[in-house]
Design a binder for this molecule. Structure first.
Ligand code: AHR
Length: 499
């Protein structure tokens, strides 16, 4: 029996809602088909945005959306995507599949999408192949409300009022597709470019994000922060981190749906590695920013498998099973527990690319197992993290190098006073008996839901509800808390009112 100890008297800080953020790139069928079908489409839409997808994302409570990339961001020239659509440049998306990009989805369309979703906007600027002037003018176009060439151009293009730009990324993966820079060089470039990301509204400042490391490249974190010091916090509000889970390594990756128990544990163990990455990059950040003013922004994370057979390899389209659900649950629990440093995270990517919450095929749409995890975890958004730990969870797996704990948790208290406990049973085969023990409180009303199926189960367009969130009532309220059996291969949410 595992014991989950919760000290409900110890609030450890706010879980920023943006930890539950998403990413949309001009890649494959993410933007075109997945989100944007155009006003003339037969698929129901509002101003070109798919109504079914927008509704599902609102229901999941999407807090923030990153756009336009990714690698695409450092090749994107925003002026190509404004003005009358028939005049917009057509070009080849050289990074992703060599398809024609007609720029019909640009700045106006992105902000319209965020309006419909009711979420914050995170725009990623171009350092790799763009100029300081281009970046500066984009921010002016989006946010300035006085008289200026860019504000006038925006008005001429039909949008009188400026938009609210919540987050701005100064380049993406500048150690790789964003210019192959060395950290010392990027630090200098970052200082220069961010200078011209002007704050036109002191009451609504743009949160500036500096490009951080790839996985365990601690040298990058160290050198970029050193290059922006002694006062790194003056130049940046956030520093990014990217980490993808590839069970069989970057070259082979592995199938999204055909895997055995050994690969299941290997994948989950690689997802648990996020704990080490956040801790170690966080320790370097602590050195330069002991007051934790700079947020860690994990703006690309998730499973990256081999594309579905018969699909364009440049489109990165993959299915999504219970394994993805557990990777999402594990990772979000880790972010919650590090909410003192992790201020935003964006799973890659929202629709039809990598670990998506939604897949589409023509007019059809399915919610993936990962969607259901985000839906269940939405109660953590903006809640206070509570102190918790588990005793008695075994280390399980099939290979010594890839053992994982059988059970993993995070706990928070929402504004309405409810305690949210999310649990992941990482065993592919065995249920886990558990007892929840509170420091002082006793549970009153409890409601719960569960996502459980066999490890390789997934939803298809013909069977869209094979994996879905269901009511969970197999728990017992005790003197100290609760007793329950967490089903094998499951994510459980318990919402507990204190007596
Ligand atoms: O998400 C796919 C790609 O992965 C992004 O474009 C890039 O930033 C990362 O390498």
């Amino acid at each position: 029996m595992a014991k989950i100890y919760i000290n409900e008297k110890h609030e450890k800080g706010k879980i920023n809602p943006e930890i539950y953020g998403h990413f949309s790139e001009h890649l494959g069928r993410c933007i075109y088909e997945g989100l944007y079908v155009g006003e003339d489409s037969q698929i129901p839409n509002e101003n070109g945005m798919r109504t079914d997808v927008v509704e599902a994302l609102r229901e999941m409570k999407i807090p923030v959306l990153r756009w336009p990339g990714g690698c695409f961001a450092d090749e994107y020239h925003w002026k190509d995507g404004i003005g009358p659509k028939e005049n917009r440049k057509k070009m080849i998306n050289t990074h992703w599949g060599g398809v024609v990009e007609d720029n019909s989805f640009g700045t106006h369309e992105f902000f319209e999408l965020c309006r419909q979703l009711g979420c914050k906007a995170y725009v990623n600027g171009n350092v790799g192949s763009g100029t300081v002037q281009e970046m500066s003018e984009w921010v002016e176009y989006i946010t300035f409300d006085g008289v200026s060439p860019m504000a006038d151009l925006r008005k001429k293009n039909g949008h009188e009022a400026p938009w609210r730009l919540d987050y701005f990324g100064v380049g993406n993966e500048n150690w790789g597709c964003g210019g192959n820079m060395r950290p010392e060089y990027y630090a200098d470039e970052y200082r220069r470019y961010q200078t011209y990301v002007r704050q036109y509204h002191q009451d609504e400042p743009v949160y500036k994000i500096c490009c951080g490391a790839n996985v365990a490249d601690y040298d990058w974190t160290e050198k970029v922060l050193a290059g922006c010091s002694p006062d790194a916090g003056r130049f940046m509000d956030g520093l990014s981190l990217h980490y993808y889970v590839h069970p069989e390594g970057w070259e082979i990756k592995g199938s999204a749906t055909q895997f055995d128990a050994k690969t299941w544990y290997k994948t989950l163990s690689k997802a648990m590695y996020m704990e080490e990455l956040v801790t170690r990059h966080g320790a370097i950040m602590d050195k330069y920013d002991p007051e934790k003013k700079i947020g860690m922004i994990v703006d690309e994370w998730g499973d990256w498998f081999t594309v579905e057979p018969g699909t364009n390899p440049g489109f990165l389209y993959q299915q999504n099973t219970m394994r993805d659900a557990l990777v999402a649950g594990i990772t979000l629990n880790i972010f919650n527990r590090h909410c003192d440093r992790v201020k935003m995270a964006c799973i890659a990517q929202m629709v039809n690319v990598l670990q998506s919450v939604i897949l589409t095929e023509g007019p059809k749409m399915v919610k993936t197992p990962t969607y259901h995890v985000f839906h269940m975890y939405r109660y953590h958004q903006g809640a206070q993290l509570l102190d918790s730990y588990i005793e008695g969870a075994e280390m399980i797996g099939e290979e010594e190098a890839y053992l994982v704990p059988s059970l993993q948790e995070s706990v928070s208290r929402s504004e309405d006073g409810m305690i949210n406990l999310t649990l992941n049973n990482l065993s592919a085969t065995d249920g886990q008996e558990a007892e929840v023990v509170f420091a002082e409180s006793r549970p009153g009303r409890v409601s719960a839901s569960v996502l459980t199926q066999r490890m390789d189960a997934y939803n298809t367009f013909d069977e869209p509800d094979r994996v879905r969130e269901e009511e969970f009532s197999a728990f017992e309220i005790t003197d100290k808390g609760l007793k329950l059996t967490v089903p094998a291969c499951s994510v459980v949410l318990l919402r507990i009112a204190e007596r």
